[in-house]
Design a protein around this ligand. Structure first.
Ligand code: DAH
Length: 359
C-alpha cells in the first residue's frame, strides 16, 4: 500500500510509541527500513513519479528514512532504560531474604560494642574512619617502624596474597593513611583525632582465646603538647563510659615499635574490685588496651614533624572487650554461625546517629 513520506513518519511514530519492548523495535525496523519495507516501496514508486517531481520526491523519501532511523535508535534506547528500571523495581519489591516483621534479626555483639565505642569517641570530637582489610607491607609494618626482619613481625604472621598485598594484622596498619589524611588539621591549628575500628587477621592456632579473625579499634590523637596525661584521660573516660562506672587504670611498660614509650593499660578488675578473683587470675587487674606515645619515626613517615607535634595511639581489642562486656568465654562464638548464641545480645538502642537507618 502506498504511503506518502509524511504519512510514513506519522505511522512510524505511532507504532514506535505503542511498542513496549526494545525487541519489538527490530520488527518495526524490518517493516519500515528493510529491503521489502515501506521506504523501499516508496523508492520503487518513484519510477511512476513524473521526471520534474522526481528529485523533490526522492529527497522527501530520504528525509523520512533518516527521520525513522533516528527515531528508531532513540526509542530503542528509551525502551532499554525502561526495561532496566522495571527489572530494578521488580527486584526491589521482591526480596526473598528480607526478614518478616516478627523475625527482625539481631546485631552482632561486636557491632554493638563497636557502635558504642564510636558514639563515645564521636562525642569527644574524634572522627570515625574506615579502612580496608587488605593492605601492604609498608602500611602494616614499615611505616610503623617495623622494618623487614624485625622480630616484632614474628607475632603478626598473616595471610599474603599473590599480589604481594596482605590481610592487615592490626588496625595500626591505617595509622599512616589517617595521619596523612588529617595532617592539614595541624597546619590549621586543629588536632588530629580519629578512631578506626576494623577486622584483623593473623595466622593463629584457634582455641577459646585465639582467633585468626578478630576486631580491634585503633585511636590516635596528635597535636602540639600532647602528653601521657592526655592519653590516660581519654582512656579513663572511654572505659568509664563503656562499663558505666569509674574505673581505675594503671599503665605498665610494654614494647611496640610504633610507640615510645609504650604501655599496657590495665583496668582494675570490675568483678572483685581489685582484691583478686578467678576472672583476673588473682591479680586484681585485667589487661585491656596497649597504647603509647606515637614514635617520632611514625610521625615522620606521615610527613609530620615530631619536633613540633606529639601524639598518642591505642589499639583496643574490640573482640576482647565484647567478650568481657557480654561474658562470652569462647572467642569462637563470634565467627560461628550459631544465631541462638549471637542474637541474645541485641540492644536496639545502640545505633550511631548517622547509621540509624541501617537494617
Ligand atoms: N597494633 C598492636 C597489636 O595489634 C596494638 C597496639 C599497641 C596499638 C600499641 C597501638 C599502640 O596503637 O599504641 O598488637
Amino acid at each position: 500500500m502506498f504511503q506518502s513520506p509524511a504519512e510514513l513518519k506519522k505511522l512510524f511514530e505511532e507504532r514506535a510509541a505503542a511498542a513496549g519492548k526494545a525487541a519489538e523495535m527490530e520488527q518495526l525496523r524490518i517493516e519500515f527500513l528493510g529491503k521489502k519495507g515501506y521506504i523501499a516501496g516508496l523508492m520503487q514508486e518513484l519510477r511512476n513519479v513524473p521526471n520534474e517531481r522526481k528529485k523533490e520526491a526522492g529527497q522527501r523519501i530520504n528525509e523520512a528514512k533518516q527521520f525513522i532511523e533516528r527515531a528508531l535508535a532513540a526509542r530503542v534506547e528509551e525502551l532499554k532504560k525502561l526495561e532496566e528500571q522495571m527489572l530494578i523495581d521488580a527486584t526491589e519489591s521482591y526480596d526473598e531474604s528480607m526478614p518478616t516483621d516478627d523475625d527482625l534479626g539481631s546485631y552482632h555483639p561486636i557491632t554493638l560494642v563497636r557502635r558504642e565505642m564510636e558514639n563515645i569517641f564521636l562525642s569527644m570530637g574524634f572522627a570515625v574512619e574506615d579502612y580496608s582489610e587488605i593492605t601492604d607491607d609498608y602500611n602494616c609494618f614499615e611505616a610503623l617502624n617495623i622494618p623487614k626482619h624485625h622480630p616484632a613481625r614474628d607475632m603478626q604472621d598473616t595471610y599474603y596474597l599473590s599480589s604481594g598485598q596482605l590481610l592487615k594484622t592490626h588496625t595500626s596498619a591505617a595509622q599512616n593513611t589517617i595521619l596523612r589524611k588529617y595532617k592539614e588539621n595541624l597546619v590549621n591549628g586543629q588536632p588530629i583525632r580519629a578512631i578506626f575500628p576494623g577486622r584483623c587477621f593473623r595466622n593463629e592456632k584457634i582455641d577459646a582465646c585465639h582467633e585468626n579473625t578478630f576486631f580491634q579499634m585503633e585511636g590516635i590523637m596528635v597535636d602540639r603538647d600532647i602528653s601521657i596525661s592526655n592519653l590516660i584521660y581519654f582512656m579513663k573516660t572511654m572505659l568509664s563510659e563503656v562499663f558505666q562506672r569509674d574505673v581505675t587504670v594503671r599503665l605498665r611498660p610494654g614494647f611496640f615499635p610504633f610507640v615510645e614509650p609504650g604501655f599496657e593499660l590495665d583496668i582494675q578488675c570490675l568483678i572483685c574490685g581489685g582484691k583478686g578473683c578467678p576472672s583476673c587470675k588473682d591479680s586484681g587487674w585485667l589487661e585491656l588496651c596497649p597504647c603509647g606515645m606515637i614514635h617520632p619515626n611514625v610521625l615522620t613517615a606521615a610527613g609530620i614533624d615530631p619536633e613540633e607535634y606529639t601524639g598518642f595511639a591505642f589499639g583496643l581489642g574490640l573482640t576482647r572487650l565484647a567478650m568481657m562486656r557480654y561474658g562470652v568465654k569462647d572467642i569462637r562464638v563470634f565467627n560461628g554461625g550459631n544465631l541462638k548464641a549471637l542474637s541474645q545480645f541485641t540492644e536496639k538502642s545502640f545505633t550511631r546517629p548517622d547509621e540509624s537507618k541501617e537494617a
